[in-house]
Design a protein around this ligand. Sequence first.
Ligand code: NAI
Length: 737
Amino acid sequence: MSLSFEGRVVLVTGAGGGLGREYALAFAERGASVIVNDLGTDTKGGGKSSAAADKVVEEIRAKGGKAVANYDSVEDGEKLIQTALDAFGRIDVVVNNAGILRDRSFARTSDLDWDLIQRIHLRGSFLVTRAAWNHMKNQKFGRIIMTASAAGIYGNFGQANYSAAKLGMLGLANTLAIEGRKYNVHCNTIAPVAGSRLTETVMPPDLVASLKPEYVAPLVLWLCHEQCQENGGLFEVGAGWIGKLRWERSQGQIVRKKNKSMTPEAVRDQWDKICDFTDATKPATVQESLQSMVSVLSRMESEDQVGANSTAAAASPASASGINPSMAVGQKLPPTTFSFTHTQCILYALGVGMSTKDPDHLRFLYEGSPDFSCLPTFGVIPSQAAMMEGGLSSVPGLNIDFTQVLHGEQYLELYKPLPTSGKLTSEATIADVLDKGSGAVILLDVHTYSGGELVCYNQFSVFVVGAGGFGGKRTSEKAKASVPPPKRAPDAVVIDSTTRDQAALYRLSGDWNPLHIDPSFAAMGGFKAPILHGLCSFGFAARHVLKQFANNDPSRFKAIKVRFVKPVMPGQSLQTEMWKEGNRIHIQCKVKETDAVVLAGAYVDLHGASEASPENLTQGGGLQSELVFAEIGRRIKDLGSELVKKVNAVFGWEITKDGKTAAQWTIDLKNGSGSLHKGPYSGKADVTFTVSDEDFMEVVQGKVNPQKAFFSGKLKVRGNIMLSQKLEVILKDYAKL
Ligand code: NAI
C-alpha cells in the first residue's frame, strides 16, 4: 500500500527552495495540506521576500494539491502554527528545515554570526515545535523532523556556529522523543546532503546537480507517516542512500582504588584501555549510561571481600574466568519480535501434551471453540527468542562457554491473558550474575509487550557450569526464588504420559536446540538419548494445575516458578503433585517410572476465583472502572510498600452511573503496605474523586486529560487537590487496559 498523507496537515519551514521545497511538493502530492513557510532570505539571512513561498504554493496548486504560504520567520513559531490552524484546522507534521549559513573560521566568528545561526536553526526549531506540541499531544499524533548536519556530528572547518546549532537540534530531538513517546508524538533527526544554494558554494556544480533533494525527501515522508514507529533516530541521507547513527562507548576502565584518591596519573596509565573500542557497548538511554557507573560503585564496595589491590579490573578475578558482573549487569539484549497466529498457540498446546481425548482441552486446540484461548505458559515462547538467537553471547562481561549452559530455573508472570495472535516485542536485560562456586548463574529478565502494553514477564535463570569462582555474590534480591512444598501429602496428583515424539513436537514452538532431537548431539552432552525440553515438562505441570484448580480458565493464571532438577526422556510419564495454599499451588513433578524429581520448588499463583478478572467483569456487564480497580489492587499487592513510601495518602473514589453513586473505592497508600477496598474509607480520605464510570475510563485511557475533566466539571475533587498529581504513580501504564 502506498503511503498516503490524506487528511494530514504538514508544515515545512524554509520550503521556498532546496530541500524544503522538495518536501512540500512530495507531501502535497500524497494528499497532505501543506503550509509552505519561507522568509525568503538570502543564504546569510539577509533580506526578505514572499516570492519563494508563493512560487512553491503555486506549483502545488497547479498539480491539484492543497497548500498555503506563510512568510514569517521561524523565530515567530506561533504564527506558523496559527497559519496551519486557520487554513486547515490542525497540525500533524512539522519539518524544521529553514536555515542559513554564516561560515567563518572560529577566530573570526562575530557575536552576530554566532547568534543568528543559533536563533534561526536551534531557537527557531524550538519555537515552531513548541507551538505545535500541545496540539499534537492532545490529538495523540505528531511527527517532527529536526534537520541537523554532518558538520554538527563530525565538526567542519569554518562552521563552529553552525555545528553547535545543528547538534543542539539533535539534543532537542532526543528529549522530545522521550517526552512525546506516550502521546504518539515522534521526533527524528536527519543530516542530509543535497545540492542546493547552500551547498553550491562548497561543492562542484556537477555534484550539486546530481545530489538531488528528491533523494532525501522519501526518508522525511516515511519518518512522518503514521505507520512509522521510529522515534529518536538520527539518519544520514543523500544520493539515494540512508544510514542510521548511534552512540558507541568503550568498555572503559575503573581508574580509582577503594579509599584512595583518584589521580590524573592513573588516568594517563589507563588511557589506552579507556579509549579501546573493542567490545564497545551502545548505551541508548541516560539510565543505561548511568547504570554502568552505579554498578562500579557497588563493585568497588565488594572489592574488599575479594581482596582487590590494583585497579579494579586488573584485580578482578572476573577477567580470568570471563565473567565480569559490573559490565554485564544491566546490559540489554537486542529487542526481539514474535508474530504469531492461532497456529502457534495450538502447536504449543499439542507440544505440552494437550489432546482432543480430553473434551475440555478443545478450547486450546481448536480456533473455532467459542472460548478459544492460548495456554498461559505459552508466555515463555516469545521471550525465549532473546536466548535462542544467541543474544547472551553478545553481552560484554559474559565470556562464557555456551556448551556449558543449563536452563536452571524459570519464572513467568502474566499481566493479562495472552492474545491468540498478534505481534509481541520482548526486551531482555541481564538482571544479575551470581557466583555459585561450581558455576555462574545469569538472571535474564525479559519483558514482553503487545503494542506498548506489558503482557508478561519472564525470568530465565541460566547456570553456566564451571564459570564460578569470580568472587561475585551468591544471592540476589532480584531472583524469583523457588519455594519448597508443604510437608504433607499432596492435595492432588495428576499422572500424564509424554509421547515418544513429545520433544520432536515441542521444538516446533521455537526451541531448536539439537539436544532434544539429535542422538549424536545428545551423546556429546553425556545423555543416552535426546531429552525432553525442561520448558515442556513445565508446560505439562502448569496445565495440570490449571485444570485441577482453575477449571482450565487461563484468566485465573498469574505466575509460575520452577526449578529444573533432572531431565525427562520423551515417552516417560510425568507425575505432578500439587498442594493448595490459598491462591498458591505448590508443585513437584516426578518421572513416574523412576520416581526421580524433575521439577522442584515449583508453584503456580492463581488469581482468586472471585477476584475481578478483566474477562469476568466485562462479561458480567459490571462497571468498566472495576477493571481498573482490580488491576490497581494487584499492583498494590505487588508494590504496596514502595507506593506507600512514594504517595502517603488515602484516595476515595465515588464512581457514578446514570447520575447515581454506583461504587465506592478506597485506595489506601498511607497505612501498612497499602490496600484497596471496595467501599468508603473508615476515616477521612485525603482526597475524594467523584466521576462517572465512562469519564473515569476516558481519563484512565488517556482520552481526556484529568485537568480538562476537572475544569469541565466531569471530575469532582474534594480535599487536598494537589494529591491528585500523585495518582499518576498508580494510574500510569493502565492507559491501555
Ligand atoms: P536552502 O537555502 O535552499 O533552503 C533554506 C530555506 O530556508 C531558504 O529558502 C530560506 O529562505 C529559508 N529560511 C532562512 N531563514 C529562514 C527563517 N528565519 N524563517 C523561514 N525560512 C527561512 O538550503 P537547503 O540546502 O535546502 O537546506 C535546508 C536545511 O538542510 C537547512 O537547515 C540546512 O542547514 C540543512 N542542511 C543542508 C545540507 C545540504 O547539503 N543541502 C547539508 C546539511 C544540512
